[in-house]
Write a protein that binds this ligand. Structure first.
Ligand SMILES: [Zn+2]
Length: 421
């Protein structure tokens, strides 16, 4: 009997990872200028005798290093292991904070992406019998394409909906008999709003599962409850990144994410680079094992997560991140000495009748202050302010704004506005 690698004992998972790391570095280090420089002697030593201590001596690498490499060696940088002819897929990041970053995949690493997505679908109970509608614009962002490839390879009917508005997508759901919706949680709620406006009974359309990515929302119980109520479906979370891969998914327990340690090495580290104990929050640092053509090794995702150990009712032994991604390390707000995570704020907001909201970061003197703008009644805004004072132990000015006055988002919501400078 073969053991399910997602349910193997922790030492078996680690042994398998080490073997794959060894093969990965044997392929990458001789051919990849970027990683040969980053890893230096430690990389060469690991190739001779792989071990976890040596692995943990590798430097942490962040997006800033990848971007600098691509700027110094345009257009692709030195991080591509193979000659350009070896690649079949070109994608780029949104470039919110500067120039977009290009990433390339070989046929082999593109299949690996598809395999990682199949783990996401499997954990959500999605099968080849499902019909999956992708409510995305299908631009050069890797997320939709990889999810789409994974669905097709699994054998599910895969339905794109780029260039459509909410009404058209609702029509497409009905016409195609879609059973699964892939969307950001923000967009899933937006689509529910459109259905209400159009008098469409969303629950009757036959969506039985929703899978969300790109935002922490789907691991926030109050947010998930809203989506599930609107669609009459079960909702699942997923986390991935262009530079890294489709790395984490929620299972039937739906209390956070598992990192797919079959395909990634995961670490949760404190700001000094040491592992945080179980139950504590740190930055998620990942190494992908199946993308030799464009690998990342000890990559700082910038995402905050709790080290949740390995116990889960679903039987998987893959590292658990309770509550999912807690937000970006950059988005941690400190208000009068209290750490306020964006997810904690959203969890409270979603307990109220609020159509849309945003958080404005302000500076008063030397101190950070927050203001919350909510599309809700004055009464709701007051109740919300009181609830935040109770649950977060901090006073946050809460302002009711007219319905429809805040921006709506299709992809990743940007609800934190920084007005500190
Ligand atoms: Zn689980």
């Amino acid at each position: 009997m073969t053991i399910d690698p997602e349910r193997a004992p922790a030492d078996e998972i680690a042994a398998r990872q080490l073997g794959r790391l060894h093969r990965l570095l044997a392929e990458v280090v001789p051919a990849n200028g970027f990683w040969a420089d980053r890893l230096g002697n430690a990389g060469a030593a690991f190739r001779r005798a792989p071990g976890w201590d040596l692995f943990r001596s590798f430097p942490l690498t962040g997006k800033v290093h990848l971007v600098a490499d691509q700027q110094a060696h345009p257009p692709l940088g030195r991080i591509a292991t193979h000659p350009r002819d070896a690649y079949v897929a070109f994608h780029q990041t949104s470039g919110t904070h500067g120039r977009p970053m290009v990433v390339l995949d070989t046929a082999e690493s593109w299949s690996w992406w598809a395999r990682c997505w199949q783990a996401v679908y499997r954990a959500a109970g999605v099968t080849a019998a499902d019909r999956i509608l992708f409510a995305f614009g299908f631009g050069p962002f890797i997320g939709f394409w990889s999810a789409f490839s994974g669905a097709r390879e699994m054998g599910a009917l895969s339905i794109p909906s780029g260039g459509m508005d909410g009404k058209q997508r609702l029509r497409l759901i009905a016409d195609s008999g879609a059973t699964v919706l892939l969307a950001t949680v923000t967009y899933a709620l937006r689509l529910a709003e459109v259905a209400r406006e159009e008098g469409i009974d969303l629950r009757a359309l036959g969506i039985r599962r929703t899978i969300h990515a790109g935002e922490p929302g789907a691991s926030i119980p109050s947010v998930r409850a809203r989506v599930e109520e609107a669609y009459g479906a079960s909702s699942f979370d997923h986390a991935g990144a262009t530079e890294v891969g489709a790395h984490s998914f929620s299972c039937s327990a739906r209390d956070g994410l598992h990192v797919n340690e079959v395909e990634f090495v995961a670490e949760v580290l404190d700001p000094g680079g040491s592992p945080v104990p179980e139950g504590e929050t740190g930055e998620l640092v990942l190494t992908n094992l199946g993308r030799a053509g464009w690998p990342v090794i000890r990559y700082r995702t910038g995402d905050l997560a709790v080290n949740g150990g390995r116990a889960c009712p679903c039987g998987r032994t893959l590292l658990k991140l309770p509550g999912g991604i807690m937000g970006r390390a950059d988005d941690l707000m400190i208000v009068r000495g209290v750490n306020v995570y964006p997810t904690a704020l959203e969890a409270i907001v979603r307990d109220f009748e609020v159509a849309e909201f945003r958080v404005v970061r302000l500076r008063r003197g030397d101190l950070e202050e927050l203001r919350l703008d909510v599309e809700a009644s004055e009464e709701t805004a007051r109740a919300l302010a009181e609830e935040m004072r109770l649950r977060l132990a901090v006073r946050i000015e809460t302002r009711a704004v007219p319905a429809g006055s805040l921006p709506r988002f299709e992809l990743k919501a940007r609800r934190i506005v920084d007005e500190r400078s």
